[in-house]
Design a protein around this ligand. Sequence first.
Ligand SMILES: *Cc1c(COP(=O)(O)O)cnc(C)c1O
Length: 469
Amino acid sequence: MARRYPDFRQLVQKANDSLDVWEASFGMFDWHPSLAVDDERLGEAFDEYLRRLTAAPGEDGGNYPFFHPRYAGQMLKPPHPVALAAYAAAMRINPNNHALDGGPPTSQMEKEVVRDLAAMFGFPDDHLGHLTGGGTMANLEALFVARELHPDKGIAFSKDAHYTHSRMADMLRMDHRAVSVTPEGHMDLNALEDVLKTGNIGTLVMTATSTGLGAVDPIADALPILRKYGARLHVDAAYGGFFVLLAEKDSGFSDFPAQHFRAISEADSIVVDPHKHGLQPYGCGCVLFRDPTVGRFYSHDSPFTYFSSDDLHLGEISLECSRPGAAAGALWLTLKCLPLKATDGLGPILASGLRASRKLAELLKASDLLELFIQPETDIVTYLPAGRSLSEVDSASQSIFEKSMAAFDDPVFLSTYRMTAARMSALHPKLDVDMDQSRILRSVLMKPEHEDYVDHLHARVESIARSLP
Ligand SMILES: *Cc1c(COP(=O)(O)O)cnc(C)c1O
């Protein structure tokens, strides 16, 4: 395996050297003896900890190899060494971006990276936004603002939207409607118009890369309909937001819905997760609002978060209080090294995922044992084992999923996804409908290494499919 560069250990060493000097500048003091840990106890506990973290996956209950291209199961991508080093360095100081005084440098960095993310989507300069613990919190804030703006109206989202939207809407006691989708997973615009006609929808949620099929809602086509009925638009781009980098001009990727990514610039609010496609460790989502005056809904009068500065405190525009400054620092350093550009930095990393998914789609189309479920739009590919009926496809999918993971010397890690019978037979009409739903196979090709690995991935899945009775 080629050496990873830059090297996490070297960067952390350099960071610790600097932090030693910084700490020493405040003068020495004695660490309290109550904080000391018995060597033997630590040795044993640490060994057990590492044993548990590195246990074999499967029956031993260990982690799956998320860092390796043989893992193409769920949306898991290793953080970049630069992000890890930046996180580790700031973690030692442990700044809290709740208030400017909780961590002035990382709070400033948060403002800078939020501005960069807003610019990536084509949002105006005077937007409002901040980092969050993840996409769920970011979407909660967007829906909270939707409710404050339209207290007597509900929200709508597609049937394939992330389950967080219905859960959060329930929690916020908002009415919600699920708009039907096409078999390929796009919001059905006729159904949308029917829902908007009721006049009960204040904000529509559209998904730019659905968590299941990786489908992008027809945002550009929905905009005129939304304007006609005066509804707001929230775009949940938690997973796919960074693909907007490839949407500027004709990127040459077949079936890539560039116009819908470009149309995100018209949204009222956007959620994107740097901890999904932005090479960050978990704990890094982002919410952006076009209208900065929505900050008024967060108003509070806590006496203890106002310290020395009249500047905007991020904690005043966030539902979460304590938040890791380290997350902002990690994203800041990452974007300095790998900028938000189509041809430099993050763009080429995302482009390799698009190439990987198109390559896998071609291999599946040429296969006698496997079939492509739908043409991939982003980097998620769904497919099914050849079969005569839904029940055959369902059980073969489950067997391939289990066997490919358990293959002792050369495992590959996939996921399964449940599809309704109606959508299965709309797209694959030859299948006998003998169940009301069926599992299919799904591969998330998030890592740039997947581009070279998909031939092997496909060969492995095919050989396992061939070995089924
Ligand atoms: C992952 C995801 C979420 C939830 O985000 P978390 O960061 O897991 O909290 C919401 N919506 C979409 C489309 C997602 O892909």
